[in-house]
Write a protein that binds this ligand. Structure first.
Ligand code: PEP
Length: 249
């Protein structure tokens, strides 16, 4: 049986107490969905959502980042173990807002992946090229390097996910063309197959300005096994519409 599409909402640094009711609405209205579903709220809401959604096991919860140590003197950071303890089952790692905004190198992403595995979280590793890298014809080189250096050998045989998110498409309303997506997914699939020799990852996701009106088309593209949704996951009607697209894909 093929894997159902995986639809993941990344709330980024959005969401106060009222957002619990958004997650509850998403959970209520998606009960019959056949897709795999997850929400990655800010860490401050993880425990609250975990409690609020305890009767909605079809909605998984994830962290948006973690430290590579389990504990210690790292003011302001949060560990994979803490995310797990707060109710997360997965964690986004290497999101472009971490790689670029916080200058996180691939080597640090790889350490975080190891920490996530150790804590029992499924890592979702984000990769993607900037506009200048694409325009200078370096997309393949960048994706290959990010895959090589952000994915540690410990992933062999483990459940993990890779999300292709062109940096220039995140939060901009720009979307990669079908050919650009097919090309990137073919490359990622080839690199992962070679690296993990047939231990294919459960899902390769696309992210970057996914909206209700393009979700179904994106999911129809060869190799796209899910969507990582930022802005459009903050409003229940939009995220639910994307979930419905996945049910029809
Ligand atoms: C993201 O947060 O990973 C993302 C792709 O954001 P947006 O959907 O808003 O472009």
């Amino acid at each position: 049986m093929p894997n159902p599409p995986f639809i993941v909402g990344n709330w980024k640094m959005h969401g106060l107490s009222e957002a619990v009711s958004v997650a509850e609405e998403i959970a209520r209205e998606s009960r019959k969905s056949t897709a795999r579903l997850a929400i990655c709220p800010p860490a401050t809401l993880l425990s609250r959502l975990s409690e609020a959604l305890k009767d909605a096991p079809h909605i998984e919860l994830g962290g948006q980042d973690c430290h590579y140590e389990a504990q210690g003197a790292f003011t302001g950071d949060i560990s994979a173990t803490m995310l797990k303890d707060a109710g997360a089952g997965l964690v986004l790692l290497g999101h472009s807002e971490r790689r670029h905004g916080h200058k996180e190198p691939c080597s640090q992403v790889a350490l975080k992946v190891k920490a996530a595995l150790k804590a029992g979280l499924e890592p979702m590793i984000c990769i993607g090229e900037t506009l200048s890298e694409r325009e200078s014809g370096r997309t393949h080189e960048v994706l290959r390097r990010q895959l090589r250096d952000s994915l540690p050998a410990e992933l062999e045989g483990q459940r993990f996910h890779v999300s292709y998110e062109p940096v220039w498409a995140i939060g901009t309303g720009l979307i990669a063309t079908d050919d650009q997506i097919r090309d990137a997914f073919a490359l990622i699939g080839k690199v992962l197959d070679k690296r993990f020799q047939g231990h294919v990852v459960p899902h390769l996701l696309y992210g970057g300005s996914v909206k209700p009106d393009n979700a179904q088309h994106l999911l129809s593209l060869e190799g796209v096994g899910g969507l990582l949704v930022g802005g459009a996951s903050l409003k229940a009607p939009d995220f639910l519409s994307i979930i419905r697209s996945a049910d029809q894909a």
